[in-house]
Design a protein around this ligand. Structure first.
Ligand code: XIL
Length: 386
């Protein structure tokens, strides 16, 4: 009962940021005017009774100490005013969708292209947002000079060790104090029932300790940054998430600086809902790690129907609820907030509509669901991350 009251007070307090009901001073019509069409996170959609859940996600998440993030497409951020305004208004965290990946940052060996990444960091500063750094080591989106060099033998183990040290040190130092957390290694394990460390150039040439090596380098470059491992298909308890759990336990025991586990949360309605995500996150939490959903979207085969819409609402909320139930779950980030720029149609044939806003930036049921969960949840966990 007490918790419920606290939750309601939170909603009322948030609602009070905006005027509710017609002013008594003005001679307005006796009947309240019809609500404006579907305002987003604005004052127009107050329900009967004067309370509102229709506030920006970042406002609703504040009482939970939870960061609400989005991946940012830098081309869209530059070209599209509406995109820019919503990215600022709705989110308290940003992740570079591409511009902090190795191929983008160091397209030529030793020559860095900082422009777009710097712009994102500056955008975040102006808007009071934290930056989640993505990503230092990943098998994908590597520069050709690196993969070709390994393939033709001109880069050997000793040299790759140096290259990795230079890259991680240079990137992490540049953004020291500006990037809250780094995905140090992304997608390190294979899928299936018997996951093993993925056969990447890093694993091939440096051996399984490349993960500890990378974490130590990042820690030396910015001792305050939170260092994450990050992967997909680990939202529920399964062999792959268990492989991460065992690795995390081992790294913690060896005092390797790993501070967080990132769960990408790329869901697909054709697969089972990860309803045991709370239990999964709890075991990482008990190791003393931060947790975060880092790339949430919910795809399905088009066209949408009412079943799929309901499935999408439930899927987003399952992950958000899991986060709220986990004391050190510090961030819930969506991989794009509008279908206008989502990566999904380009990567998964016939699938789409995976984000909370449609192509015209109109809120979908999934967005309303996130708002309502944030508004109603009474959260016993006091987070410090955001
Ligand atoms: C994706 C981007 O969204 C695309 O724009 C890009 O072409 C490929 O990468 N897991 C990750 C992200 O960790 O970096 C990926 O992002 C999506 C899957």
């Amino acid at each position: 009962m007490r918790k419920l009251r606290i939750a309601l007070v939170g909603v009322l307090a948030a609602g009070a940021l905006y005027p509710i009901g017609p002013s008594t001073a003005s001679a307005g019509p006796a009947q309240a005017p019809a609500p404006a069409p579907q305002a987003l996170g604005g004052p127009a959609a107050h329900g009967p009774g004067g309370t509102s859940t229709d506030l920006p996600l970042r406002v609703l998440a504040r009482k939970h100490g939870l960061g609400i993030g989005t991946a940012v497409d830098m081309a869209a951020l530059e070209a599209d005013t509406e995109y820019r305004e919503l990215a600022a208004r709705e989110f308290s965290a940003v992740t570079a969708e591409n511009v902090m990946k190795w191929a983008e940052l160091e397209p030529t060996r030793g020559e860095y292209n900082w422009g777009p990444a710097d712009e994102l960091v500056e955008f975040a500063r102006r808007n009071g947002q934290k930056v989640h750094g993505h990503t230092l080591l990943w098998h994908s989106q590597l520069p050709a000079w690196l993969t070709d060099g390994v393939a033709d033998g001109s880069i050997d183990s000793a040299e790759l060790r140096d290259i990795v040290r230079n890259h991680i040190t240079t990137v992490v130092k540049r953004y020291r104090g500006k990037v809250r957390a780094w995905d140090v290694v992304n997608e390190a394990f294979t899928d299936g029932n018997f996951p093993v460390l993925r056969d990447t150039i890093f694993h091939q040439l440096l051996g399984p300790d490349y993960i500890a090596y990378a974490l130590r380098l990042a820690h030396a470059a910015d001792p305050k940054a939170k260092l994450f491992l990050n992967d997909y298909a680990i939202d529920n308890i399964n062999p792959k998430s268990t492989a991460y759990y065992e690795l995390a336990k081992q790294l913690r025991k060896q005092r390797v600086p790993m501070h967080g586990m990132g769960f990408q949360g790329h869901l697909d309605l054709q697969y089972p809902l990860p309803i045991d995500a709370p239990q999964n996150l709890a075991r990482f939490d008990k190791l003393g790690l931060e947790t975060a959903f880092t790339e949430v979207d919910v795809r399905f085969f088009l066209p949408i129907d009412t079943y799929k819409e309901a499935g999408q609402v439930g899927s987003f909320n399952t992950l958000l609820t899991a986060c709220l139930l986990t004391p050190r779950c510090v961030m819930f980030t969506v991989w794009g907030f509008t279908d206008k720029y989502s990566w999904v149609p380009g990567f998964f044939d016939g699938q789409g509509a995976a984000t909370p806003l449609d192509e015209n930036f109109q809120p979908k049921a999934a967005y309303r669901g996130l708002q309502q969960t944030l508004a109603v949840a009474s959260d016993p966990n006091s987070r410090r991350g955001f």
